[in-house]
Design a protein around this ligand. Structure first.
Ligand code: HXC
Length: 257
């Protein structure tokens, strides 16, 4: 199986496991990834997800070029939509998804990372959108999510040149949230996921959805979404538990209800 899922408490780790191809995504791997994220989305015991790549060289080196090379336009459209569906499944997963970028995150690999909520990188990470060097534009959301994350100027430069970005530049430009030594990356990502998982899970989900939906609407509509999310939280036992625990000076016990 090209995708491995492990669990530790409320945190799931999803690993793309094709190290001999630097975890490049072919159709089979994409379908697996989609199926695993669909399952995780249905599992209320999972409160945060870490996504990483097997081995010490790559997060995901992109779409599988060998598989793509001989596609016709109709097959290319299907392939673009499949990868986009994976990115959408990650982005709209109810739980926050943290990318642990342990090496190359190029093309489709960078696009998968862009669909995650938070990106942590190893000092060895290399990100970029090299599609134009292969004669194609990005196809799994890079033209849309990269400008939203780093701004249209830098996004245009990176997409038009295909230039690779090292971890330090990725940090400076907001492409990643933090950079760690390779040996620490996965533990740091899991620790961050565990921090998220300690909080009220319904509140985290509502916040994720408000941020995601709010990014694509005007401020007034976004604030309306936020107020509705806030009000909805008052239908949960966790809201009473969280506020009671604060007033009683004890740690809250959230049940996701
Ligand atoms: C298929 C890949 C691959 C990929 C690496 N490999 N990336 N196979 N698709 N995207 C394979 C290599 O062919 C090689 O196989 C093995 O993995 C090891 O890679 P090497 O190239 O030998 O390693 P190295 O010299 O260290 O170079 C690492 C690298 C380079 C810089 C990451 O592999 C590279 O440039 N890869 C392609 C990156 C890329 O352009 N990604 C974007 C793809 S387009 P063998 O059999 O020789 O050992 C894309 C579009 C998304 O993602 C949208 C689609 C709709």
């Amino acid at each position: 199986m090209p995708i491995r899922v492990t669990r530790e408490g409320h945190v799931a780790t999803v690993t793309v496991d094709r190290p001999e191809r630097l975890n490049a995504l072919d159709t089979e791997t994409l379908r697996e990834l989609l199926a695993r994220f669909d399952e995780l989305a249905q599992d209320p015991s999972v409160r945060a997800i870490v996504l990483t790549g097997a081995g010490d060289r790559a997060f995901i080196a992109g779409a599988d070029i060998a598989e793509m090379k001989d596609k016709g336009p109709a097959e290319a459209l299907t392939f673009a939509r499949l990868g986009q569906a994976v990115c959408s499944a990650i982005e709209s997963a109810p739980q926050p998804v943290i990318a642990a970028i342990n090496g190359y995150a190029l093309g489709g690999g960078c696009e998968i990372a862009l669909a995650c909520d938070i990106r942590l990188a190893s000092e060895k990470a290399v990100l970029g959108q090299p599609e134009v060097t292969l004669g194609v534009p990005p196809g799994w959301g890079g033209t849309q999510r990269l400008p939203r994350l780093v701004g249209p100027g830098l996004a245009r430069e990176l997409i038009f040149t295909g230039r690779r970005v090292a971890a330090e530049e990725a940090l400076r430009t907001g492409l990643v949230n933090a950079v760690y030594p390779p040996s620490e990356l996965l533990e740091r990502a899991r620790a961050l996921a565990a921090d998220v998982a300690r909080n009220g899970p319904v509140a985290v989900r509502l916040a994720k959805e408000a941020i995601r939906r709010g990014l694509d609407v005007d401020l007034e509509a976004g604030l309306a979404l936020e107020a509705q999310a806030f009000a909805l939280a008052f239908s949960t036992a966790d809201q009473r538990e969280g506020m009671s625990a604060f007033l009683e000076k004890r740690a809250p016990v959230f049940r996701g209800l």
